[in-house]
Write a protein that binds this ligand. Sequence first.
Ligand SMILES: NC(=O)c1ccc[n+]([C@@H]2O[C@H](COP(=O)([O-])OP(=O)(O)OC[C@H]3O[C@@H](n4cnc5c(N)ncnc54)[C@H](OP(=O)(O)O)[C@@H]3O)[C@@H](O)[C@H]2O)c1
Length: 303
Amino acid sequence: MNILITGARGQLGNELRRLLETGYAEIGAIPAAYEGAQVDYVDFDVLDISNAPAVEIWFDEHGPYDIVFNCAAATNVDGCEADEARAYHVNAAGAENLALAAASCGAKLVHVSTDYVFPGDVPESRTEDDPVCPVSAYGRTKWAGEVLAQAACDRVFIVRTAWLYGYVGKNFVKTMLRLVRESGKISVVADQMGNPTSANDLAYEMLKIALTDEYGTYHCTNNGTCSWFDFASAIVDGAGVPCEKEPLSSQEYKRRFPQSADRPQYSSLCNKRLEATLGDEMRPWQKALASYLNNLAERGGTE
Ligand SMILES: NC(=O)c1ccc[n+]([C@@H]2O[C@H](COP(=O)([O-])OP(=O)(O)OC[C@H]3O[C@@H](n4cnc5c(N)ncnc54)[C@H](OP(=O)(O)O)[C@@H]3O)[C@@H](O)[C@H]2O)c1
């Protein structure tokens, strides 16, 4: 099997690599079909997915691939708000470039998207069929990427996830641990709800989804819904660090950080299609976080 992983230096790319190199995720062994796979791990410096000719040349020289996992993205939500055009190049045009190249060599494309395609105005978990309406530049460009990728290639899996944390790279968990160490206090939004998700668990499900021929959109998050404040409290409590915790409203957060992008208020996802296709093995978010905190020092360290 010949595989391409883009954005390989990011959180999710690193977890896919860990699983493919060891054969194991925290949930369990990865499918035997990946044994002996030849994998090209590339990031921005080697292959800029927003550069269409570069993508074409890469596939000509290194393909054909059986599966392409696109983990490359502009993921800084506030950064995307400040420069939507740049975000579009990566999140939308980049996805299309990879989908066109995958289609031309007969590869499957697993493209990762986000809960932020939803407006968050309904206090119920969203399924794959619910209407989208992003409220941020990040969400708009990710939605455009979904549409363009599916138009360019028949064999596309869109995997929407949320509130992701991996061992390598920056994320909310590491930021909370750093803030507590530095100031003994965290101030976190308490009225935005979603699903904290382990990149290790997500990578495992992506490897399984990619082996099916059930193309289309999947939601894949750890199970259970909480606020950013609940998530932050579980992080500092789980790490055993005493600290002062200040819950904030979205309104107060915006007052303190006026340049920040709007976020959906309730963007919890329901893994309905995953459950129906493969069975939903995603752990409750508290369990996934506990194993992350246990392994963090050994596997990835600090922000
Ligand atoms: N993080 C979350 O909370 C979250 C939530 C929902 C969905 N997702 C989605 O999950 C996927 C993986 O996210 P992640 O957290 O693993 O992201 P990440 O850690 O930010 O990694 C993304 C990687 O893509 C690279 N990249 C950026 N622009 C590129 C380009 N033009 N060509 C090639 N590579 C490029 C980045 O390089 P640089 O670091 O050098 O820019 C980085 O190594 C993304 O599709 C993201 O939208 C993430």
